[in-house]
Design a protein around this ligand. Structure first.
Ligand code: SAM
Length: 245
């Protein structure tokens, strides 16, 4: 399929809708995804960070403000790259427009590789994880979030959901989704597949998380109750395997 995950974001109307929803009050990214991601990432002081599928790099700006020494974002969408350049203005951060599948990852150049909600757009997970492995320093860590497999296994009709039908869970591959007025193709894989792919690439998995909502992150009880129904995001953190592991 001649499709890249960024194609959706390069249609101006989709981009505008996405940015609006991304910044909406009590949005799922800020209430569910970011708190867990921060916990897994921990302190960034003195670290060189590669952010794969960095979007508008507002997170990169935040990481630089929190003391990371260098930040590089990889991003396939021109609209996002423009937004990222703006976010990183005047800071020690850069963004490169590239497909994450095709970038020439430098050897042992980063202390952390991070990726938030972008890897599920990529077909060849093994190759990507191999690249992450070799671009990390020996003490480096990989932290990423993806859309949860119970979500990618469902076809999602537009409108308000009353139920989620998990189906063909073990049939992995592209799933088409009508999303915010556009079509996206995401790569569905099981939790087990992510775990085994990390091991195969040479990583030791340290944490697996599922975006369980924390009441304190929600103003509205109703939103919290809704978020208790189904996991939206899946997270892994992993370090490089050494002889002693
Ligand atoms: C859901 S957005 C998340 C953006 C950002 N990480 C965040 O959490 O706000 C996914 C991003 O991944 C980018 N992306 C998707 N597939 C990509 C690919 N193959 N190479 C580079 N970027 C990609 C998209 O353009 C988009 O900006």
């Amino acid at each position: 399929m001649n499709y890249h995950g960024s194609d959706f974001y390069d249609r101006d109307e989709n981009f505008a809708r996405y940015m609006e929803r991304r910044q909406a009050e009590e949005n799922a990214n800020d209430t569910l995804e970011k708190p867990v991601f921060q916990e897994l990432l921990g302190s960034v002081a003195g670290l060189r960070i590669l952010d794969v599928g960095c979007g508008d790099a507002s997170y990169g700006r935040e990481l630089l403000d929190r003391g990371c020494t260098a930040y590089l974002g990889l991003e396939g969408s021109g609209n996002m790259v423009t937004a990222a350049q703006k976010s990183l203005e005047g800071a020690n951060g850069n963004v490169v427009r590239t497909w994450m599948e095709e970038w020439d990852y430098p050897h042992e150049a980063f202390d952390r590789v991070i990726s938030r909600l972008a890897i599920h757009y990529v077909a060849d997970l093994d190759r990507l994880l191999h690249n992450f492995f070799q671009t990390l320093t020996p003490d480096g860590k990989l932290i990423f979030s993806v859309e949860h497999p119970v979500i990618t296994s469902t076809l999602q009709p537009s409108g308000i959901r009353t139920s989620w039908v998990v189906d063909h869970y073990f049939t992995e591959g592209y799933r088409e989704q009508q999303w915010m007025g556009g079509t996206v193709y995401k790569y569905h894989r099981s939790i087990e597949t992510y775990f085994l792919a990390l091991q195969k690439a040479g990583f030791v998995v340290e944490h697996v998380r599922e975006s369980k909502p924390l009441r304190t992150n929600f103003r509205q009880e109703e939103t919290y109750q809704r978020r208790m129904r189904i996991p939206l995001f899946l997270f892994f953190s992993a370090k490089k395997r050494r002889e002693r592991d």
